[in-house]
Design a protein around this ligand. Structure first.
Ligand code: DQA
Length: 142
């Protein structure tokens, strides 16, 4: 069975309520149910944390035996050398995702500290960005 870990960083627990004009009105839990229904053959594990160290611990835990990590690091995307190092330290490929198209937004969002540690980047497709990342992992594994 393909095993994928989705990791959501800070403020993504507020999806559905947070800036709905940018991030939409759907909460992540209901979206996750849809994803799991759509990919019954994939084990999709999920962690959300507002704390940088928790995201790093999760990368370490899954990073040597899962097939893929789908990482929306939220604002840590733009700041965290520690997350970059964690991604580089493990063997599981990670896909960086963003709900919004960060390149259409403020300039400080144009720079990602973590992209260099990721296999690829998907941004701007709303919550569908996560499904596209899962598709990418599944297609590599089949
Ligand atoms: C985000 C974009 C980031 O710039 C922001 O800090 C987030 C969410 C996105 O999914 O579009 O928290 O990663």
């Amino acid at each position: 069975m393909t095993k994928i870990q989705i990791i959501n960083g800070p403020n993504l627990n507020l999806l559905g309520k947070r800036e709905p004009g940018i991030y939409g009105t759907q909460g992540f839990e209901t979206y996750l149910e849809e994803l799991r229904r759509r990919y019954p053959e994939v084990q999709i594990d999920y962690l959300q944390s507002n704390h940088e160290g928790d995201l790093i611990d999760c990368i370490h835990q899954v990073g040597f035996d899962y097939d893929g990590i789908v990482l929306n690091a939220g604002a840590y995307t733009h700041t965290s050398v520690a997350l970059l190092d964690a991604l580089k330290a493990v063997s599981t490929p990670a896909i960086e995702v963003h709900i919004s198209n960060v390149h259409q937004r403020e300039e400080f969002r144009h720079k990602s500290m973590i992209s260099a540690g990721c296999k690829g980047v998907i941004c701007g497709f709303g919550l569908d960005s996560y499904r596209l990342a899962i598709e990418a992992i599944v297609s590599v594994n089949n």
